[in-house]
Design a protein around this ligand. Structure first.
Ligand code: GLN
Length: 532
């Protein structure tokens, strides 16, 4: 089922195989009709992950990048919508030479073609393919058919891993394997037989149940892997290593076993649980609830990036979610709401809900010298804040919110205007990696340690160059720009311990073993602020 942790299982398995010296890549297949994740409301799907080559994808792709510590390209992501789009376009251009095009085999063949293309692009020895959705439902059946066809054609080189949830009903206090037995039966019905079962649960599956599952599902007890809830997702590789997951996979592929004695993941897992000095970061954003549950996935990469930087600095991150609408409702209580925060971060966002509260938080951070880090919308709103409260342009705004403002300090990018007129929303933002040149002497330059950086973007609006001179004079320094100098990519406020905001999304590049320099700088400033 969704949310059970297939992404982390895939990413952790890949990380361990990579440590064994294999070239590894990972693909995600999402069953929905949306061509990509870009147009999906984060309330339903969590934060969008942007690849280096500009694809708007699922967060699992982010987990692959973080665990494998390598860029994962666009070809590694597909949805039902994207697959059908290609097949239909090919049919329209006579690509099937007049044949009847059918769901089977043409859809699975397109899926297999894409898997092979991704394998080729990364020249991987082992390619992990994560099929989203639930076994037995209608939506992913053609992807399972693709798996069956691949296995039929090349049985030595394809193995099937089932990630299954084992409930421990509170009233019983006992782990139940029956739902998994049914999941395996459903897999068998479509011609697939799992080689490994990953038993996701609140608890670790015991030997008795491993044996029971093995007997009922046709595999050895050692091929049932315990995957209980753990404090951090980064504990999973160590957990899998203890259970010889890479060795089990090599055995099934008939590969010589070659696992290193020592794993960086074991050390990392120990390191992150050491008692560090607490550092409290507030993410001022808009939060969503579905029914009675609040979704934290909306800012997943941002939270990961804060953790990576904090662990790197030996600190224990405490992330607080601040609802910007709460600030709007009670502006007088802002000091109370932001009390105790060592640093304030405003992440990316769209639309007008909660933005005045965000602007108030930025002003508070600027005036009280609390470290502030703005990401994308957080940079655009910082620009609005300075325009309003330093230059006195009370109506200053982004045209995303107010098209009539006399001071459009943030405005729609040129190339975006026509797209908006044609309601062309899917995949049309400024997406993916672009270069940025840093000003000598700036905080950004000193943190990166070099002058030229590549960062990932996802936006339609930009800093309006018409106001650049006045904003610079007011103290908002445009210290990072596109190489032609036209687009403002980073702003800094002078005479402040840390007030830096980026048009791009540095959070996409943060990795557990390679924290992002700007996040490191921000958390460091927050730690200093704590002392103060
Ligand atoms: N809404 C803003 C834009 O489109 C910011 C986007 C973002 O924060 N990712 O430019």
């Amino acid at each position: 089922m969704s949310g059970v942790g297939k992404g982390v299982v895939t990413a952790s398995t890949g990380a361990l195989l990579k440590e064994c010296g294999f070239r590894v890549t990972a693909l995600k297949i999402d069953p929905y009709i949306n061509v990509d994740a870009g147009t999906m409301n984060p309330i339903e799907h969590g934060e969008v992950f942007v690849t280096k080559d500009g694809a708007e994808t699922d967060q699992d792709m982010g987990n692959y990048e973080r665990f494998l510590n390598q860029d994962i390209p666009r070809v590694n992501y597909m949805t039902t919508g994207a697959v059908y789009q290609t097949v239909i376009e090919r049919e329209r251009s006579l690509g099937y030479g007049g044949k009847t095009v059918e769901a089977v085999p043409h859809i699975p063949l397109e899926v297999i073609g894409r898997i092979k293309a991704a394998q080729k692009a990364s020249d991987s020895d082992i390619t992990l393919v994560e099929i989203g959705g639930t076994v037995g439902e209608y939506q992913n059946v053609l992807f399972l058919e693709a798996a069956r066809m691949m296995r039929r054609d090349d049985p030595q080189n394809v193995i099937i891993v089932l990630v299954s949830y084992m409930p421990v009903p509170a009233s019983l206090g006992e782990m139940k394997t029956k739902p998994t037995q049914y999941a395996v039966k459903a897999l068998n019905e479509v011609g697939l037989f799992p080689d490994l079962i990953v038993a996701r649960s609140t608890h670790s599956i015991d030997e008795v149940r491993k044996g029971k599952l093995g007997t009922n599902c046709g595999l050895k007890g050692e091929d049932v892997i315990a995957a209980p809830d753990v404090p951090s997702i980064y504990d999973v590789p160590a957990l899998f290593r203890q259970q010889n997951v890479p060795e089990r996979i090599m055995e099934k592929f008939g590969l010589p076993k070659r696992c290193p004695k020592h794993s960086a993941w074991d050390d990392f897992s120990k390191h992150i649980h050491r008692k560090g000095k607490p550092v409290k970061i507030g993410i001022v954003g808009k939060y969503f609830s579905t029914g009675d549950f609040v979704l934290g996935d909306v800012y997943l990469c941002v939270m990961e990036a804060i953790k990576h930087a904090s662990w790197h600095l030996g600190a224990a991150p405490q992330i607080e979610w601040i609802n910007s609408e709460a600030i709007e409702k009670k502006p007088k209580d802002i000091a109370k709401i932001l009390k105790g925060l060592d640093g304030i971060l405003i992440p990316g966002g769209f639309g007008n809900r909660g933005i005045e509260g965000k602007i108030m938080a930025i002003r508070y951070a600027r005036e009280h010298k609390i470290p502030y880090f703005g990401l994308c919308y957080g940079m655009q709103l910082a620009t609005v804040e300075v325009a309003r409260h330093i230059l006195g342009w009370n109506d200053a705004n982004t045209t995303e919110i107010d098209k009539q403002t006399a001071h459009p300090v943030i405005h729609l990018m040129n190339e975006q205007e026509e797209r908006m007129r044609n309601s062309s929303y899917g995949g049309t933002m400024r997406l993916g990696e672009y270069a940025c040149v840093l000003r000598p002497g700036s905080l950004a330059k000193s943190l990166y340690g070099h002058e030229f950086v590549m960062e990932r973007h996802r936006h339609r609006y930009e800093f309006n160059p018409m106001y650049r001179e006045e904003l610079e004079k007011a103290g908002l320094q445009c210290v990072g720009t596109s190489p032609d100098g036209k687009l403002v990519e980073i702003v800094e406020w002078k005479n402040h311990p840390f007030f830096l905001a980026t048009q791009f999304h540095p959070e996409f590049l943060s990795r557990p073993f390679a924290p992002h320099p700007l996040f490191v700088g921000f958390v460091q400033a927050a730690m200093k602020n704590k002392k103060r």
